[in-house]
Design a protein around this ligand. Structure first.
Ligand SMILES: *Cc1c(COP(=O)(O)O)cnc(C)c1O
Length: 399
């Protein structure tokens, strides 16, 4: 009898008790709006911003309503105007081109490599073709491109980089935290990311003007001085009159449940990586499977797992998905013609002009993806890898 896995791929851990107590305290006093403060009180949201700025080493931090909001606000605050080209990854999730559209920009996609990172040759080609001045770099599924090489290309070409760190909170490249290479880094605290407040996000930057614009955009009214992780008041002198209020603030309830989680984040990251490495070891040397090589300079945080079946046909990919699902292992396939659940492809974002991305299409056709929530034990990870290995083996031999 073949073994079946019975875990739930979308079940996150409960929130820590400190988070629950902090949430109850906010509900008891009732001051949920970030600017609703008692005398001398900084408030949970401003304190969280101070702590997240310290965690990333950034000068300024703004907490907002979602990761997607942070991305759009970062682009606007960095200067994107209606119609400007914004380069981005062809392999990413829908909120990334969505944020570019929200900021009025025109997404132009850059090919992905077999290592699931942005193709730097195609990046150079697309910069030359479009004269783009902005890149929204998505560290999709936690895979970090050679950031030294990427920043050299972008700095030389005068391209401003906004990093989408929805999957790299806590990660680093060559010791520099993810989100600290470009002009701004954006993070999500939505339930399926590395911190969980249901919805939420952060923007970090060292650029005082960018920070001031983002704070005004987020809906600070003339209360920007309550942002203790923001730039000094003189930076706002003109910006406060020029920048629209596009409400997207975080509230004190979410901030309260995030602060204890942030303190635990390094331990959580280690726990995710332990799970990732068990699956990686379990799939190593499986005929038909290519696991992603991780560069030395990359300190990753992997809350999900990706592998390629480069020689499989679409029919085999669908069969693999069905066969593993029958044994309790939920794989997402990025090659499907129609978008499913959270998974979609560049050609499903039809508000963007159709683009030809043969390399990305070839890679996504063989790409499987799965979540690794912390509710899985290390033994669960061994069983998951075993099931995948067995089912790939059957199809590989038959194929
Ligand atoms: C989740 C996600 C976002 C957006 O985060 P939200 O908080 O859901 O808006 C952006 N980029 C990627 C790659 C994501 O997975």
């Amino acid at each position: 009898m073949s073994q079946i896995f019975t875990g739930n791929f979308t079940q996150q851990e409960p929130l820590p008790e400190e988070s629950i107590e902090a949430a109850v305290a906010v509900m008891r006093h009732g001051r949920l709006h970030r600017y609703n403060l008692s005398d001398g009180e900084k408030g949970e949201t401003a304190l969280l911003e101070e702590e997240f700025a310290a965690f990333t080493g950034a000068k300024y931090c703004l907490a907002v309503a979602s990761g997607g909001y942070a991305l759009a606000a970062a682009l606007r605050a960095a200067g994107v105007q209606a119609g400007d080209v914004v380069l981005t990854n062809a392999f990413t999730l829908a909120p990334v081109p969505g944020a570019i559209a929200n900021a009025g920009g025109t997404p132009v996609f850059v090919e992905v490599t077999d290592d699931l990172v942005m193709d730097l040759d195609d990046l150079k080609a697309k910069i030359a073709q479009t004269n783009a001045r902005y890149l929204m770099l998505s560290h999709m599924r936690g895979h970090i491109v050679d950031m030294d090489a990427l920043m050299q290309i972008c700095d030389r070409a005068g391209v401003k980089v906004v990093e989408d760190c929805a999957h790299t909170m806590g990660a680093a490249w060559n010791g520099v935290p993810s989100g600290r290479h470009g002009v701004a880094g954006c993070y999500s605290t939505q339930t399926f990311k590395h911190l969980n407040s249901g919805e939420g996000g952060f923007l970090v930057t060292d650029d005082a003007e960018l920070a001031a614009r983002a704070i005004m955009l987020s809906g600070s009214y003339m209360l920007f001085e309550r942002h203790t992780a923001g730039p000094p008041p003189e930076v706002f002198a003109q910006i406060k009159l020029e920048t629209p209020n596009c409400s997207g603030r975080m509230d004190n309830l979410r901030a309260a449940i995030l602060r204890p989680q942030l303190r635990k984040l390094p331990d959580q990251c280690a726990a995710w990586n332990a799970r990732y490495q068990r699956v990686e070891a379990g799939l190593a040397n499986t005929p038909g499977v290519k696991v992603i090589e991780r560069p030395e300079a990359e300190s990753y945080v992997m809350s999900s797992f990706q592998f390629l079946c480069p020689d499989f046909t679409s029919t085999q990919m669908i069969d693999l998905q069905k066969r593993t699902a029958a044994r309790g292992v939920e794989l997402k396939w990025f090659g499907a013609d129609t978008p499913v659940g959270f998974t979609s492809r560049h050609d499903s974002w039809q508000y963007v002009a159709a683009q030809t991305l043969p390399q990305t299409d070839r890679i996504l056709a063989g790409l499987m993806d799965m979540r690794l929530p912390l509710t899985f034990s290390l033994e669960d990870c061994d069983l998951i890898a075993q099931i995948i290995r067995e089912e790939v083996g059957i199809l590989h031999q038959a194929g």
